[in-house]
Design a binder for this molecule. Structure first.
Ligand code: PAF
Length: 288
């Protein structure tokens, strides 16, 4: 925490570019923490990581309409700018870019040029949320162009998102270092997420079962069980008995996020499930 830090908030691309040109000219290493706001401890860990890896830290808050499906939570996504600004300032962030939609997409949502990573963007979360990753890679690419960060920091809770962004950065030779920060959890294991705010008190008590199911799956894999299909079905049924509605659970190899075989040693289990009005996602890495 830095009690002397003063956060500047800018809303236009012109102001942002002129401010960052000055910082870059003085030789500063610039970090970017892209967010959609409603910051929690998980986001603040990203800011701390950015502060430790750069001289000048920029956060962005933009609820990106391109990554929401037609029946998703774009309108009700929590917007808490004043609280977010106070937290960013306390954690040493130097500049907040909080543009309007018209500033980011002057051609409108339909007229926007897209950036898309093929294949992986259509799997898992991409299958449940068509167009989601195209929206993410488009806005992240745009933020990289605007801010030209030396380093950008993302949470590992959105495991597939980070994988897709790494592919975009590699495929397009973008000169930015990516840092993934491990998931921040409540004491009961629940991964922190802005969408946890949609949960009722009863659902909040149930929600940690998702991570518990991932931990049980990891234990089974480490114990030598290789019947992935049966393990996953068992976990799904357990979650359904607890009040979740299934979306997916997959056991993947980490390198390409495709289905793991018995020969793979570095795995990740990814899961998404509906609980009341929220769709929760989580993941756990497994080394065999
Ligand atoms: O992870 C998020 O909050 C968003 O997907 C991101 C990376 C800020 C892009 O809108």
């Amino acid at each position: 925490m830095d009690s002397n830090n003063k956060l500047q908030t800018l809303t236009t691309i012109a102001e942002l570019r002129s401010r960052l040109n000055a910082e870059r000219a003085s030789g500063k290493r610039i970090a970017l923490v892209p967010t959609m706001g409603n910051l929690h401890q998980g986001h603040l860990r990203l800011v701390e990581t950015a502060v430790a890896n750069a001289d000048f830290v920029v956060a962005s808050i933009f609820v990106n309409p391109l990554q929401f499906g037609p029946n998703e939570d774009l309108e009700r996504y929590p917007r808490t700018l004043a609280e977010d600004q106070a937290q960013l300032e306390a954690f040493g962030c130097n500049l907040l870019f909080a543009p309007t939609e018209a500033e980011v997409y002057p051609q409108g949502r339909a007229g926007q040029t897209f950036v898309e990573v093929p294949g992986i963007s259509d799997l898992y979360c991409g299958a449940s949320r068509p167009g989601h990753f195209r929206g993410v890679t488009t806005i992240v690419n745009k933020l990289f162009n605007l801010i030209q960060p030396d380093v950008a920091v993302f949470g590992c809770k959105d495991y597939q998102q980070l994988h897709v962004i790494r592919r975009m950065v590699d495929d397009l030779s973008m000169p930015v270092e990516l840092i993934g920060v491990s998931t921040e959890r409540a004491a009961n294991g629940l991964a922190l997420s802005s969408r946890n705010g949609y949960l009722t008190e009863d659902e909040l008590a149930i929600a940690p079962a998702l991570y518990a199911a991932l931990c049980d799956l990891r234990a089974a894999l480490k114990g030598g069980d290789t019947n992935h299909e049966r393990l996953i079905e068992h976990a799904q049924q357990h979650l359904e008995r607890n009040g979740f509605m299934r979306d997916y659970i997959h056991i993947l190899r980490r390198s390409d996020m495709l289905a793991a075989t018995a020969a793979d040693r570095e795995l990740v289990i990814i899961a998404a499930a509906y609980l009341g009005a929220a769709r929760l996602i989580d993941n756990i890495e497994v080394d065999l």
